[in-house]
Design a protein. Structure first.
Length: 260
């Protein structure tokens, strides 16, 4: 698989290195089961945050949502170690922080500081990992509310948090999320900005590591490392070494036709 070739390229040593995975371990290639088993097997040598496709799998496993054309999840749902894998996945983080570097799958809202980001993640993680996690999946899907409000409670509060972490690309200057446009910056409708370019963003002093946005391509700037380089669409699978920002990448076979 492309992942193993990339690890060979960067000479990964599980005893000395730690891999950060930006989420969507599943449903982004032909062998989701093998990827999930492999990352789980790495133990403390890997950290992964949850992406929207990971949550999609967890919801389907509980009988919520609907399968999509092109899903590669059946093998996981039928696997003998299904319950163990799903339990492990459900207990992954929505945000990870080391020093001034934060990893999320998609993005954060403009009003959230790095500390806010970790607090919001902890709230949603508690719901995902708690005894009533099925209630969360029953109500997870939806675009509303579209903006953060500290007075939000219950599922509306959790949905905003999870949508920001796992689905966000564009938002307004006031933090209203837009979920429909997936094109590269410059192609979006008027009034919408990439979340990381909103003026006055409260987390701008931190460096964010993200995936999710394949049309964005590789970005390796002081405040943002964007790593989704379209492996699924025949692009590349990319890693960045945090210590010196060196880029490693391998070409990927086309799995799906690019969306237009």
């Amino acid at each position: 698989m492309s992942l193993l070739r990339l690890l060979d390229e960067l000479k990964f040593d599980a005893a000395a290195d730690r891999l950060w995975f930006v989420g969507d371990l599943v449903n982004r290639g032909p062998d989701s089961l093998a990827v999930l088993r492999f990352v789980k097997s790495l133990g403390n040598a890997a950290v992964s945050v949850l992406g929207n496709h990971d949550l999609h799998l967890l919801a389907l496993a509980e009988g919520y949502g609907r399968a999509h054309k092109g899903d590669t999840l059946d093998a996981i749902l039928a696997a003998p170690d299904r319950d163990e894998l799903l339990y492990w996945l459900r207990h992954q983080k929505l945000a990870w922080r080391e020093d001034n570097v934060l990893m999320v799958h998609a993005g954060v809202l403009p009003d959230w500081t790095p500390d806010d980001t970790m607090q919001r993640a902890a709230e949603a993680e508690a719901a995902l990992q708690g005894p009533d996690y099925r209630d969360f999946f029953a109500q997870m899907y939806g675009n509303a509310p579209v903006a953060w409000d500290a007075d939000l409670r219950g599922i509306e509060r959790l949905r905003v948090i999870v949508n920001a972490f796992t689905r966000l690309r564009y938002c307004s200057a006031d933090g209203e999320m837009e979920f429909h446009h997936k094109g590269a910056p410059g192609t979006q409708p008027a009034g919408w900005l990439p979340w990381f370019d909103v003026p006055g963003r409260q987390s701008a002093d931190a460096t964010f590591v993200i995936g999710h946005w394949s049309t964005l391509g590789l970005i390796n700037r002081h405040d943002l490392i964007a790593l989704d380089t379209g492996c699924l669409w025949g692009g590349r699978l990319t890693a960045v070494r945090l210590e010196d920002r060196q880029v490693f990448a391998v070409p990927c076979p086309m799995q799906l036709r690019p969306k237009v």
